[in-house]
Every structure is written in C-alpha cells, then in structure tokens.
Design a protein around this ligand. Sequence first.
Ligand code: SF4
Length: 192
Amino acid sequence: MPALLCEIRACTQCAAVLPLGPRPVLQASSCSRVLVIGQAPGARVHASGVPWDDASGRRLREWLGLDTPTFYDADRVALVPMGFCYPGKRGGGDAPPRPECRATWHPRLLPLLTNVRLSLLVGRHAQAHVLGTRGAATLTGAVRDWRRHLDAGRLPLPHPSPRNVGWFKANPWFARDVLPELRLRVREALGD
Ligand code: SF4
C-alpha cells in the first residue's frame, strides 16, 4: 500500500487537462475500516492537499459522527474519491472527476482495502460506478434505497456540499432516517 500511494501521488497522467495541474489527494491504509468514495477535490482541497478540508468535509464528519482526528486516521477511514485531482469548473459547479483515476488506480487500490466493513458512496459519480445497474436511476432514488445496499456493506449518500442544501431541505427523511443509521454503522465498522 505505501508504495502504491507513492506511485499515485506522483501521477501526472492527465496533466494536460487539469487546470491547476496534478495533485492527487487521498488517504488510505490496508487497515482502513470505513471507505468514503467521494467525487473529486475542490479548489480548496487542491490548495491544502488535505481531503475533505472544506465545508463539505465539515458536514460529512458531522453526518458520520466522527471527530477530526478519527476522520483523518487512515487506519480507520480511507478517503478515496472517484478522481484524485481537482478537475476544474464546468457550468455552475465543479467538473466531473477525471475518468483516468477509476480506470488506472481504483482497480489496484481498492482490492488492498481488505479490512473495509462499510463503503460510503458519496454522490452520483460514486454510486453510478460502484452500483452500476444495481443502483437507482437518480441520486434521490439511490439514497432512498439505502436499506437494500446496507446488506452489501454499502451506503449511498448525497454529496454534503453546501450547494445541496435545497436537496437536504426537500428530503427531510434523510436526516431523520438515514443519518442515525449511518452513525451507528460507522461506529460498528470502526469497532467503537
Ligand atoms: S486525476 Fe488521477 S489519473 Fe489524472 S493525474 Fe490525477 S491521479 Fe493521475
């Protein structure tokens, strides 16, 4: 795992199309118990080099019920987005994650996470990739279907971005039903 992480952090495969250049941002250990598959770093995370070092990360830690030291303990939590480098802007938001990461690195990295008990699929890109045809056609559908995926140790979540506040307000069942179960499953996966 350490050698692979060094290889990933030196990756320049899409240098020609990344607006701020390559800076892979991720966290993982072969001991990790909870895997968070997110989207891709935003500009702030690109600048700091720290995964989920932004408002989305604050909300995600609150959802998981984890303090900052636990969240950033790779032996407990792996933070592996669909794309490891900031992909730039498109329309009113961030561009989709670069597809090269999931093709090049995920097949080598994810099999090394042999101690993961719970995988959190944060956002539509992670859900479409991991669930494929087993997932619902929309993010809301996938998250509503959360109980079915728990049997396989997976939980689809909306992206915790401030841009999604409207979704959180329109879907109060998420905070009421899903978040308590999420916190419970995270504690169980971590052995707390
Ligand atoms: S996005 Fe992924 S494949 Fe592209 S340069 Fe970054 S680490 Fe390499």
